[in-house]
Design a protein around this ligand. Structure first.
Ligand SMILES: [Zn+2]
Ligand SMILES: [Zn+2]
Length: 436
């Protein structure tokens, strides 16, 4: 088998890897890279024409955002993903198209994309031409999958994005069922020093930080990815308010999070068992908690920022690259009584990363602004940290090759240094091909 890297090589974004046998070409993910400008995988037209199928690991735009482009440029094959990945993917892709309005994406292309979506069940091996494919829960977001591909001789496991930790919402990746001689792994937190603090500890510190602000009447903004982080944060806040450790203040939920929440609710079978039983066995449904106030109209936003009461606002986007969070931030950043909690990955070049790095003088809509509100960072990551990545590699029997992708180059290289001690490890560059 041959593996070709068209994106997420030495970077985070535009995940797109081709696996080829003599007769078959398939893609693992097909994402775009969001930043100052949008970058696409380095795929030539003749490669697109040669594709027999696309497997999507999960519904984040850096893994599925290139699909509408492919279908608009004439790709006629299917793409395969779990049910939540397809449903959440539709929401994420519509949002991406609405915001970036790419000229090469056509209405027809979007229709073709919907027509060619094929649902895959976890753990059920299926065939595409001369390949066997299996999706395994990856613990990253709802419906996320680690994908195994075999031609009968070699077996590749591709992590997509992975997390081994169990959260309020999801079980960790099912790494015990992974069989592979070649691993293509993400390395978002691949650095030796990327060791996440204990989750309980983090939640407790977060609680204290929120309480400090609420007690002085301030407002807390939690910029969050619509999928995964938002639900985790909301469940956490709900627990704290219900148990009385956090004063009862309104928790405003604004933007795409609401739609994604509904998709989670009707795909609850993909959530952690305990959560399913909680909903089944009691009248309490954390997805519809009375503590949450859905921001239904834009006009509500002015009231939220102007009223005197303390509140918590959970909204998109997670890295402050757009979305309702920009409004809340622009109105609330000038007061030191307010606070922003960064709870997810902040990519280089984003406003979120600048805040994280201590930058307080920013340009917003062309004018200079001094940020007085406090900024706190908490690791509630949906990715594996370095110890988890090491555990993943160590758990796969017979593993020989490791390709490290989906990480800033320094992180990928640092993880390679570790992996090289036991495996044939590489950090591939864009357009590199490797025979296994
Ligand atoms: Zn992801
Ligand atoms: Zn990703």
């Amino acid at each position: 088998m041959k593996i070709s890297f068209f994106g997420a090589a030495g970077e985070v974004g535009r995940s797109c890897i081709m696996v080829s046998t003599k007769n078959t070409n398939v893609l693992l993910d097909s994402g775009v890279k969001l930043g100052q400008k949008i970058e696409f995988p380095k795929l030539d037209d003749d490669i697109v024409k040669s594709l027999d199928g696309i497997f999507i690991s999960h519904a984040h735009i850096d893994h599925n955002g290139f699909l509408p482009h492919l279908y608009s440029s004439g790709y006629k094959g299917n793409f395969f993903a779990t049910k939540p990945t397809i449903e959440i993917g539709n929401v994420m892709i519509s949002d991406y198209i609405r915001i970036s309005n790419p000229v090469d994406v056509t209405k027809k292309g979007l229709e073709e994309m919907s027509k060619h979506a094929k649902i895959v069940e976890y753990h059920k091996e299926f065939r595409l031409r001369d390949l066997s494919i299996k999706f395994i829960p990856a613990g990253h977001i709802l419906g996320s999958a680690l994908i195994e591909i075999s031609d009968g001789k070699n077996r590749i496991a591709y992590t997509g994005d992975i997390s081994l930790n169990r959260t309020r919402l999801l079980d960790g990746a099912d790494i015990r069922s992974v069989r592979a001689d070649t691993l293509i792994t993400e390395s978002t937190y691949g650095l030796k020093t990327d060791v996440f603090p204990n989750e309980k500890h983090t939640s407790q510190n977060m609680l204290k930080s929120i309480k400090d602000t609420v007690q002085i009447g301030g407002k807390v903004i939690v910029p969050s990815f619509a999928v995964g982080r938002a639900q985790e944060v909301l469940f956490l806040l709900d627990d704290y308010i219900n148990s009385g450790v956090l004063p009862k203040v309104p928790v405003y939920v604004d933007g795409m999070i609401n739609k994604v929440m509904r998709i989670h609710r009707h795909n609850v079978i993909y959530c952690r068992k305990e959560l399913q039983s909680k909903i089944l066995m009691s009248d309490y449904d954390p997805f519809k908690s009375p503590n949450f106030v859905v921001v239904e109209k834009k006009s509500m936003r002015n009231k939220i920022v102007n009223d005197d009461e303390s509140s918590i606002i959970v909204t998109t986007s997670g890295m402050l690259t757009g979305g309702p969070v920009m409004f809340y931030m622009s109105k609330l950043a000038k007061s030191s009584a307010n606070k922003m909690l960064l709870v997810g990955y902040q990519a280089v070049g984003t406003l979120g990363r600048m805040f994280q790095d201590g930058v307080r003088d920013i340009f917003l809509n062309g004018s200079e602004m001094k940020v007085e509100m406090n900024v706190d960072t908490f690791h509630l990551s949906a990715h594996a940290d370095r110890p988890q990545l090491e555990r993943l590699m160590g758990s796969i029997k017979g593993l020989r090759n490791v390709f490290i992708v989906h990480g800033e180059i320094t992180k990928a290289k640092d993880l390679k240094e570790y992996a090289s001690k036991k495996f044939e490890a590489k950090v591939p560059l864009i357009k590199e091909e490797h025979e296994i």
